[in-house]
Design a protein around this ligand. Structure first.
Ligand code: TPP
Ligand code: MG
Length: 374
């Protein structure tokens, strides 16, 4: 039985791959291999996108490396395309886990015509309507109050959908976070809050973010259960998130899950040399030793269903091929025309925008400035 407010993170598989308690029946070798495949795919997606960044084909990216068990575990615990997800910028592996095509994410990063926002969002701030994945906002914790609101709407409409709202440890000291948590608690809104506690908010360690012992204890103040889970143990994440999501879905109100994990890479491309400036190499090495993908590989080996090195290499090559193909397809759709900045908001362009469009057209010169409304 999964309990809230445990002193230690809930765990099913230790760092050496040994189960710490019997695994529930659903964790067949087939399922564990599928989870391994999804996590490895997420990691390799990150690696390829960092290459695109270095090639100057996109300008912003934030890796989720090391956090794959948290994000895939959560994706597997909710109803993809049915529940609403208000995520944050580091949630690309969660999005992939929910079935968002790589092509959608890549198009957004490249800002091509195949991007749903056609380059009008900061790179790596995607959305996927048919997967219930709401557009990401850069402002930390700004997704929390509207997530509480969407959960309230679900409650009043009497649907069996729930809202899932993810955020980092850094978000928990923002006013928006407290306002959203309070509103969800006070209204019994069906919202599953998931803190992806990777222990750092750029260069600020969680110890400087809060005087609380950890994040999940804060749930008490808002009248909801707070679960604490080893975020690098995918079985534990799935067990806790499934339990919490179903509890929320049953009409009990919101819940908070804190997944204790670590980002092994830099915060984003705006943060290089993290180990030089604010954390030690030893700390990173210690967490590399708790890698979620190695952990499931050790478990599968012990269960007698190892992932062979050929299978692993194949999975990696397959992901790389898929990214290359999607980049080629996205780039083939071309860059959006300048006129799109005046489109998609008003059916009739107001005078002041018409004036600006005309001004820009004149600035662009005869060749680039033809056509368009205005
Ligand atoms: C309101 C606000 N303040 C500051 C920033 C700058 N900023 C961008 S990411 C970040 C750290 C967030 O850390 P956390 O919530 O732990 O998520 P993580 O990046 O670790 O996944 C900060 C401070 C911002 N985007 N929005
Ligand atoms: Mg963080």
């Amino acid at each position: 039985m999964i309990q809230p407010f445990t002193a230690q993170p809930i765990r099913f598989v230790a760092e050496d791959g040994q189960p710490t308690q019997p695994l529930p029946e659903r964790y067949t070798p087939e399922l564990l291999r599928e989870l391994h495949r999804q996590m490895l795919q997420g990691r390799e997606f990150d690696r390829k996108l960092i290459t695109l960044l270095r090639q100057g084909r996109t300008s912003f990216y934030a890796q989720a490396s090391g956090m794959e068990a948290t994000q895939i575990g959560l994706a597997r615990s909710i109803r993809a395309g049915h529940d609403w997800v208000w995520g944050y910028y580091r949630d690309q592996v969660l999005a992939l886990g929910l079935g968002v095509p790589m092509f959608t994410l890549i198009s957004q990063c490249l800002g091509t015509n195949s991007d749903l926002c056609r380059g009008r969002q900061m790179p790596h701030h995607f959305s996927a309507r048919e997967h219930g994945f709401v557009s990401i906002s850069s402002s930390i914790a700004s997704q929390v109050p509207p997530a509480a609101g969407s959960a309230m709407a679900q409650k009043y409409l009497g649907t069996d959908e729930i809202t899932v709202c993810t955020f980092g440890d850094g978000a928990t000291s923002e006013g928006d976070w407290h306002a959203g948590m309070n509103m969800a608690g006070a209204n019994g809104a069906p919202c599953l809050f998931v803190c992806e506690n990777n222990q750092w908010a750029i260069s600020t360690h969680i110890r400087h973010q809060t005087a609380s012992e950890n994040v999940h204890v804060k749930a008490r103040a808002y009248g909801m259960p707070g679960f604490y889970v080893d975020g690098n143990d995918i079985v534990a994440v799935m067990e806790v998130c499934t339990h919490a999501a179903e509890w929320v879905r049953a009409g009990n109100g919101p819940a908070l899950v804190e997944c204790l994990t670590y980002r092994v890479g830099s915060h984003s491309n705006a943060d290089s040399d993290a180990e030089k400036h604010y954390r030690t190499r030893d700390e990173v090495d210690e967490w590399l030793g708790r890698d979620p993908i190695s952990r499931i590989e050790k478990l599968l080996e012990d269960l007698g269903h190892p992932v062979s090195s050929e299978e692993r290499a194949d999975l990696i090559a397959q992901t790389h091929r898929q990214v290359d193909e999607d980049v080629r397809r996205a780039e083939a759709t071309g860059q959006p025309d300048w006129r799109i900045m005046f489109e998609d908001v008003y059916s009739d362009l107001p005078d002041h925008l018409r004036e600006q469009a005309n001004f820009l057209r004149a600035e662009m010169g005869p060749e680039l400035g033809q056509g368009g409304q205005g």
